[in-house]
Ligand binder design. Structure first.
Ligand code: ZN
Length: 263
């Protein structure tokens, strides 16, 4: 938990992590709304949804711009949704949580930051469209594969890291695919979306079998809470899985070793 012996440097790392989180949160929020609107998410300038005025750099500072402008557009005065600001704050805190979890800035931190960025993006899109674009899954797979050699620098045995990941991905996603196909036959409707199975495969590569299973249990519990709270028959499962992944990244290893310590 205490990062470095130097308090000043610890504060510097935590503040920098928070700011980075808000910047990525802002970027992904914008990207997700463009994907939902069917726009090109790489091109085009950010603009006010109400008046269409192109936003300047000063309007795009995460959290700060929203607070300075009292949540209103500087050009037309229309109130903006606070969703953007809260997503940025949450991402800032999420980034800080990852650093605190590892107790240092290392390659696991960078890998997990990248993963939670992907999870935020697909959750925001899934909430609006009930679909998880394959691009997010592919990005997650590529980052997992590309960062394998970097894990060695954190002192991880690459062979068992890859084996654990593949076992988790194939085991959990494969199991869920079989269960969902059986449920589809019984209920005569789609029980679990194909995007959710692909998402489980991708995240369980990062988590492995034991933590992947914990993630699945937590995701079902979170999903059930959403169903009860929102009183909707159909909910997007992507955000529940994403939230569960974050919890497992933070508390998973402790919970799993506690569980196996029982036997
Ligand atoms: Zn405006």
């Amino acid at each position: 938990m205490p990062l470095y012996t130097d308090t000043f440097f610890t504060c510097y790392v935590l503040i920098l992590s928070f700011i980075l989180g808000t910047v990525f949160g802002s970027f992904i929020n914008c990207m997700a709304s463009r994907i939902v609107a069917g726009e090109n998410w790489l091109k085009g300038r950010s603009h006010c949804d109400a008046c269409g005025h192109v936003l300047k750099a000063v309007d795009l500072i995460p959290v700060v711009s929203y607070l300075i402008q009292h949540g209103k557009c500087r050009y037309c005065g229309k109130k903006m949704s606070s969703r953007y600001m809260w997503t940025e704050v949450c991402m800032g805190l999420a980034f800080v949580g990852v650093v605190l979890n590892y107790g240092a800035l290392n390659f696991h931190v960078l890998r997990d930051w990248a993963l939670i960025c992907i999870l935020l993006g697909l959750s925001l899109v899934d909430l609006e469209t009930y679909e998880i674009p394959d691009g997010f899954i592919i990005a997650g797979l590529v980052i997992w594969a590309v960062t394998i050699p970097l894990m060695k620098l954190d002192g991880v045995d690459i062979g068992s890291y890859v084996k654990t990941g593949l076992l988790g991905g194939v085991g959990i996603a494969g199991g869920m695919l079989v269960i969902s196909l059986i449920m589809d036959k019984i209920l005569k409707k789609e029980s679990l979306g194909g995007g959710d199975v692909k998402l489980l495969f991708m995240v369980c590569l990062y988590l492995g079998l034991a933590q992947g299973l914990l993630c699945l249990i937590l995701a079902c519990m979170i999903g059930l809470c959403f169903v009860l709270l929102l009183k909707k028959g159909k909910i997007a499962f992507g955000p529940s899985i994403s939230l569960a992944v974050y919890l497992v990244l933070i508390i998973g290893p402790e919970v799993v070793s506690w569980y196996f310590g029982l036997f």
